[in-house]
Design a protein around this ligand. Structure first.
Ligand SMILES: Nc1nc2c(c(=O)[nH]1)N[C@H]1C(S)=C(S)[C@@H](COP(=O)(O)O)O[C@H]1N2
Ligand SMILES: [Mo]
Length: 359
């Protein structure tokens, strides 16, 4: 595993790193290879003074220390986090934002307490419609004056879902500074913008939250500046990625493995199909991992490639509701949720040719 590391996308104004999309790993991404997506600089946190507060439309505002949360009933579950901007660079028409390739996605086992447990203790008012989550990271945006904190909201129903967690552990280790120490929200099956890191304050409200990460960014904007019709990002769409071979890879004549990942957000991946002729004929890949809620599944396909030449390999996943990846995901101004059928161009080379080039 030497030489395997995160792939930088940008460092300023914040650090953004992709998972290297390799396949010789277990289904759980090791912590050092889990992608990183930030909007501001890392916040400074003193665990001795840190607390999580629950405020506004509750019967009893509450404060929880790190120790309070660790003393509560612990839950663990695995969940794939995918940035809504994953595969933005694959849209034919360029979309603004970090040009993520395939790796703004990773899978981990999260340990923590149910968000529901702290909300029920505080007593959510029946008039509440949304819960707002505030991180400790803040900074400037070029479309606003002053400083803003990273804030994002959830509808009450998703916040009270028993799988929505206040996580303090990632793959059995305390959450690292980069991934939200001491506590982050984990919203399984939703684009990872919802999974607020460095959580500090939870506000229960009865009005639609309009913060910039809720109403300017992370909305599906079909036309430039058409914010009145912007739709909030929905749960993660059915998707798959060919991790190997990679674009323009040369492969020898013979049986070659095509390998990758498929994921379905709140649903299950039921089928992955591969085409090696650009999308006319399809055959089913073997799904390697069991169907674990919210977790991606690795798949593999043995491709009998006897004829030298250029090929376009495609992968297409289907979920348990019969939803299939589209040939082309709908373009949107901010370049989110690109779940187009993934296509990779490769060259199959005759071994004689390889030899004649070498000697
Ligand atoms: N406080 C805070 N939470 C945040 C973010 C952030 O910048 N600040 N980025 C969000 C986005 S867009 C993504 S994709 C995920 C990335 O989580 P990771 O860095 O642990 O992979 O965190 C989300 N939570
Ligand atoms: Mo993201």
């Amino acid at each position: 595993m030497r030489d395997i590391h995160l792939v930088p996308v940008s460092y300023f104004p914040s650090e953004n790193l992709e998972f290297p999309m390799i396949t010789n790993l277990q289904t759980i991404t090791p912590n050092p290879l889990f992608y990183v997506r930030n909007h501001f600089e890392y916040p400074a946190i003193d665990i001795n003074t840190w607390y999580l507060s629950i405020e506004e439309l509750v019967s009893q505002p509450l404060k929880f220390t790190y120790a309070d949360l660790k003393n509560m009933n612990k839950v663990t579950l695995s969940a794939t986090l995918e940035c809504a901007g994953n595969k933005r660079s694959l849209f034919e028409k360029k979309a603004q934002g970090n040009q993520f390739k395939l790796g703004a996605i990773s899978n981990a086992i999260w340990g923590g307490v149910r968000l529901k447990d702290v909300l029920v203790q505080a007593g959510v008012s029946p008039s509440a419609t949304e819960i707002v989550f505030e991180g400790l990271d803040y900074g400037q945006r070029n479309d606003m004056d002053g400083q803003v904190f990273f804030e994002r909201s959830l509808p009450v129903a998703k916040a009270l879902h028993p799988d929505t967690l206040l996580a303090y552990e990632m793959n059995g280790e305390p959450l690292s500074d980069k991934h939200g120490f001491p506590i982050r929200l984990i919203v399984p099956g939703w684009y990872a913008i919802a999974s607020v890191k460095w959580l500090h304050r939870i506000r229960v409200v009865d009005q639609p939250f309009k913060g910039p990460f809720q109403s300017i960014d992370y909305v599906i904007l079909k036309k430039e500046n058409d914010y009145n019709h912007a739709l909030p990002l929905s749960p993660v769409l059915i998707n798959s990625t060919i991790a190997s071979p990679t674009e323009e890879e040369e492969m020898a004549v013979g049986t070659n493995l095509v390998e990758g990942y498929a994921w379905a957000g709140e649903n299950s991946v039921t089928k992955v199909e591969i085409s090696t002729d650009g999308g006319t004929l399809w055959a089913e890949a073997n799904i390697l991992d069991p169907d674990v809620p919210y977790s991606w599944r690795r798949w593999s396909f043995a491709w009998d490639s006897q004829e030298p030449g250029p090929y376009t390999i495609k992968s297409k996943a289907t979920n348990d509701r019969g939803e299939v990846q589209p040939l082309k995901a709908e373009w949107n101004v901010k370049g989110y949720q690109n779940n187009s059928i993934h296509a990779v161009n490769v060259h199959v080379i005759s071994p004689n040719l390889v030899n004649s080039v070498l000697h």
